[in-house]
Design a protein around this ligand. Structure first.
Ligand SMILES: NC(=O)CCC(=O)C(=O)O
Length: 163
């Protein structure tokens, strides 16, 4: 949905908009009775998008992504935990392993974050498989114990889907 156009001098400059077009709709699907929202990479930085997918009933957000060696160590896990905590759901971050010979070097560290914002599982930069069960009662538990969904001041602010 969001194109990765950034410029961090002497570190990384990227302009996805030169070669890609942005998506224009949310992707939400049901799998085994679980509503899942899908974002790609840079989308992880946009809490409004995660919020709209949560509003559509998602209990799990999946972000395939390849953060880089500058932003990866600083933001990959932090943003995953932030989205999980904000929306009180599971977040799966799925990265390619690191290949130092590649033109674009990925941070790696595929992760599973729980609705408390805790890191349940995390791989390192090497190839690996992460297989985990998720307990959906934790989503309901956190949402009832910390009821921010009902406490939003929609009389003052709101996040709405336009198309
Ligand atoms: N291709 C991407 O969207 C990479 C996103 C990224 O590295 C970031 O820091 O954001």
């Amino acid at each position: 949905m969001h194109l990765f156009d950034i410029d961090i001098p002497n570190k990384i400059t990227f302009k996805e908009s030169e070669v890609l077009s942005a998506g224009d709709q949310l992707t939400v699907f049901e799998y085994n009775g679980v509503k899942v929202g899908l974002g790609i990479c840079y989308d992880l930085r946009f809490p409004e998008m995660a919020h709209l997918m949560a509003k559509e009933g998602c209990s799990l957000l999946i972000y395939p992504g390849a953060f880089n060696m500058t932003t990866g160590p600083k933001h990959w896990e932090l943003l995953g935990r932030a989205r999980a905590t904000d929306q009180q759901l599971y977040v799966a971050l799925v990265s390619p392993a690191r290949d130092l010979a590649a033109g674009y070097v990925a941070w790696g560290h595929s992760s599973l974050l729980d609705p408390w914002g805790a890191v349940l599982h995390q791989l390192d930069h090497r190839p690996g498989t992460l297989l985990a069960d998720i307990d959906l009662t934790t989503v309901e538990e956190v949402r009832s114990q910390i009821p921010i969904r009902a406490q939003r001041r929609t009389d003052i602010y709101d996040t709405v889907q336009k198309s």
